[in-house]
Design a binder for this molecule. Structure first.
Ligand SMILES: Cc1cc2nc3c(=O)[nH]c(=O)nc-3n(C[C@H](O)[C@H](O)[C@H](O)COP(=O)(O)O)c2cc1C
Length: 202
């Protein structure tokens, strides 16, 4: 299963195409979104195409079905398959890759300091690692932002930190940016190119 994280960039509409490419390649895809991302593309679009509920809130009870009440058993003896799930832990455990596309400057900054305030950053933080700290499944990040944001020293430092965490970057590219007439480095890599890199990394 590919876990596709979407954050609040003007490029979020391109993630719909990315999802379709993964599905066309026979992949099962689960989509998680930041609250900001839901203002750019409706979760319903991703839900209808992926055939799975979309989580955009780490506290959403949908992502955390209740453990059936059994007075004769201690909670610690109940396993996830019986209903004690938590989406921000279960989805990363099941993912053969996590793809964050588009990745905003805001999300890169959250990830660089280990924040987990939304379902996307919490899931990335929870991606399983070996005892030596190696990621068990690849985390691929496709940033999208204005050139000024990409070149800011804070973003540069965040990218260096995130590479040290083992995350792989795809792009960004140089080209037209979200605001009319703006050009520069910061455009999200084309979904076809992202899909091809991710499918090879699986
Ligand atoms: C129209 C519009 C387009 C935006 N595009 C981007 C973008 O491409 N990259 C980015 O880093 N922020 C962009 N932003 C700002 C983010 O939406 C904002 O920082 C938001 O808090 C990001 O939240 P998230 O990282 O939790 O999804 C844009 C804002 C607006 C209003």
């Amino acid at each position: 299963m590919i876990l596709l994280g979407v954050s609040g960039s003007i490029a979020a509409y391109k993630s719909v195409e990315l999802l379709r490419l993964f599905l066309k390649a026979g992949q099962d895809v689960r989509v998680i979104m930041t609250q900001a991302a839901t203002r750019f593309v409706g979760p319903l679009t991703f839900q209808a195409l992926s055939g799975h509920p979309v989580l955009a809130d780490s506290l959403d009870p949908q992502g955390w079905p209740p453990v059936p009440v059994r007075l004769d058993r201690r909670p610690s003896s109940i396993n996830a398959s019986e209903g004690g799930q938590m989406a921000h832990l279960d989805l990363p455990e099941k993912a053969s890759a996590l793809v964050l596309a588009p990745a905003t400057a805001q999300l890169l900054s959250q990830l660089a300091c280990g924040a987990a305030g939304d379902i996307v950053s919490a899931s990335i933080l929870a991606m399983p690692r070996s005892p030596a700290g190696r990621l068990k499944a690849p985390v691929l990040i496709a940033p999208a932002m204005h050139e000024a944001m990409w070149l800011h020293p804070a973003t540069r430092a965040n990218v260096i930190t995130l590479k040290k965490f083992g995350y792989q970057f795809i792009g960004p590219e140089r080209g037209p940016l979200g605001r009319a007439d703006d050009q520069g480095l910061g455009r999200m890599t084309d979904p076809k190119a992202i899909a091809s890199i991710v499918l090879k990394a699986l």
